[in-house]
Design a protein around this ligand. Structure first.
Ligand code: PRP
Length: 172
């Protein structure tokens, strides 16, 4: 039987999101900010984050997947849906559930920069260093987690567990 070991509680997630939302609201005061959520994993995080912001933003999504149904990133980024808002000249904040190897975020940052965004920064719910393969910087990281295969609060294993309200380490 797979085992789910609690890693981030509802309370911890909420507290961290409130803090990060405050920083983002301060830093982007008076800017034309576009949040780009990375589907599917970031759908819950983005929806909680925006409700704590105190500045107006536009919201878009990009669909990137590199894990398939496995437990490690293939490093081969597939975009199956691109942004719809024209980000040229705008400040963009990529909103992601987890930075693991960092390969997805590094590629997405390059991609959005190539669309002509004025600035591109990254906000991640979880910054996990264990397997990092790039030097991409996570400008706003809610929670640092050392290691483990994480599920819940949007994160999946073979499309399961996304609906869980907390984050767990999945032990198969
Ligand atoms: C997961 C996660 C990030 C990425 C992080 O996505 O949501 O997008 O992997 O891994 P990395 O830092 O090693 O690149 P996944 O490919 O599983 O797609 P999903 O968002 O649809 O779950």
């Amino acid at each position: 039987m797979p085992e789910l070991i609690p890693v981030l509680s509802k309370k911890t997630i909420e507290e961290q999101i409130v803090g990060i939302a405050r920083r983002i609201s301060d830093d982007y005061q008076g800017c034309e900010l576009v949040l780009v959520g990375v589907l599917k994993g970031a759908f819950i995080f983005l929806s909680d984050l925006v409700r704590h912001l105190t500045i107006p933003v536009k919201i878009d999504f990009i669909r990137a997947a590199s894990y398939g149904s496995g437990m490690s990133s293939s490093g081969d980024l597939r975009l199956s849906a691109d942004t719809e808002i024209d980000v040229k000249g705008k400040d963009v904040l990529i909103v992601e559930d987890i930075a693991d190897t960092g390969l997805t975020l590094e590629s997405l940052k390059k991609h959005i920069t190539s669309l002509g965004a004025k600035t591109v920064k990254i906000c991640a719910l979880i910054d996990k260093q264990e397997r990092r393969q790039t030097s991409v910087s996570i400008d706003y990281a809610c929670c640092k987690v050392e290691k483990g295969f994480l599920v819940g609060y949007g994160l999946d294993y073979a499309e399961n567990y996304r609906e869980l309200p907390e984050v767990y380490h999945l032990k198969l």
